[in-house]
Write a protein that binds this ligand. Structure first.
Ligand code: PLP
Length: 399
């Protein structure tokens, strides 16, 4: 029959294409700095010790029943404390509508669907550039999208004045997607002072800030520090939306553990919003997965395991920060005359190197180093064994 005859294959995801090419390469020197998942110094994926211990504790102790539609209450409680602070008045006043979500992606998608249902004609502004999936998520949810300036290619830093102008010039009462912290793909975050100005401008315009926080703790090594911008916005009296993910900071990538929260004006509104979020989730996946939620609530709910987690997340962050320093210092030592401060100014999994697509092609063709053509280097792909080889290649193609 002709049901599917006219369907063309979907375009390939550029990152999967990089991985495929890497796997097909036979060179012993090959390096993959394309994919955004943490690896230790021996290039191995990591299961955190706190996670292994939590798994031991939950093994066999739980039934495999359905979670409630909104997910694990305990996991949500712990997630809110992590993002809003242990003693948050908003938690005490029950002003936050929160549900477990299918990791950060699912949280964004659920919020986008919520937005589409209740504010179908209000556009969301997303940064240029941003994680490519942001486009897909809000597009598929049917939300009108606009962009705001974020990255400044010349300085390889923040286009702060462009960003502020775009916030100012957006129609009052727009949604703004703010990526918090360790911006993907650029690694460029606003400073604390800049966040204050952004918050006050967003307030003045009556915009709604939606935060996508996929790397809390993974950026600086300190979850509280990484969530600082949220605190600033809360102090300024915003209502906010927030997507949280445990993929990177707890290494739970495939468990799809995350949460979505919406700060409301009062408890009554929070009850209504939560019930609507559940109503959207119900026909999509009914209820969220159990295992990752058990791990998160066990780790964050036990003081000793939480302490261990804080230590382990700092080890990951510090390894990446250390790689940045090695990369920058050695490029400078080699006599590269280009500016490389941005490598250490940027933070998190990714470094927006500034390599041009042509230079990236040379990295791949001549040196077997695989990365996306926008010049994004996944710092987690670097280690003491290959960083020297990679920086030699960068030096060579940028001469
Ligand atoms: N948001 C940003 C900015 C990301 O970089 C990522 C992952 O790369 C995500 C969200 C979502 O990740 P996950 O759905 O695995 O939590």
């Amino acid at each position: 029959s002709s049901w599917f005859r006219s369907i063309e294959p979907a375009p390939k995801d550029p990152i999967l294409g990089v991985t495929e090419a890497f796997l097909a390469d036979q060179s012993p020197n090959k390096v993959n700095v394309g994919v955004g998942a943490y690896r230790d110094d021996q290039r191995k994926p990591v299961v955190l010790e706190c996670v292994r211990e939590a798994e031991r504790r939950v093994a066999g102790s739980q039934f495999m029943e359905y979670l409630p539609m909104g997910g694990s209450i305990k996991m949500i409680e712990e997630s809110l404390k992590l993002a809003f602070g242990d003693n948050s008045e908003f938690i005490k006043d029950k002003r936050i509508a929160a549900v477990q979500a299918l990791s950060g992606t699912g949280a964004c998608r659920l919020f986008a669907a919520f937005q589409q249902r209740f504010h179908p004609n209000t556009q969301i502004y997303i940064p240029v550039p941003t994680w490519a999936n942001h486009h897909n998520i809000w597009r598929d949810a049917g939300v009108p999208m606009k962009t705001f300036r974020y990255y400044h290619p010349e300085s390889r830093g923040l286009d702060f004045s462009g960003l502020m102008d775009d916030i100012k010039n957006a129609p009052d009462g727009s949604f703004f997607l703010l990526v918090l912290t360790a911006h993907n793909p650029t690694g460029v975050d606003p400073s604390e002072e800049q966040w204050r100005e952004i918050s006050s401008q967003i307030k003045a315009k009556g915009h709604f800030p939606f935060f996508d926080m996929a790397y809390q703790g993974f950026a600086s090594g300190d979850p509280e520090r990484d969530a600082k911008a949220i605190k600033i916005f809360l102090e300024d009296g915003h209502l906010i939306g927030l997507a949280q993910s445990y993929a990177k900071n707890m290494g739970l990538y495939g468990q799809r553990a995350g949460s979505l929260s919406v700060l409301c004006e009062d408890e009554k509104q929070a009850v209504a919003v939560k019930s609507q979020l559940q109503l959207i989730a119900r026909p999509m996946y009914s209820n969220p997965p159990l295992h990752g939620a058990l791990i998160v609530s066990t780790v964050l709910g036990d003081p000793d395991l939480k302490k261990l987690w804080l230590k382990e997340v700092k080890v990951m962050a510090d390894r990446i920060i250390g790689m940045r320093t090695t990369l920058r210092e050695n490029l400078e030592k080699k006599g590269s005359t280009l500016p490389w401060q941005h490598i250490t100014n940027q933070i998190g999994m990714f470094c927006y190197s500034g390599l041009t697509p042509e230079q990236v092609d040379r990295m791949t063709n001549e040196f077997h180093i695989y990365m996306t053509r926008n010049g994004r280097i996944s710092m987690a792909g670097l280690n003491t064994g290959n960083v020297g080889y990679v920086l030699d290649a960068i030096h060579e193609v940028t001469k």
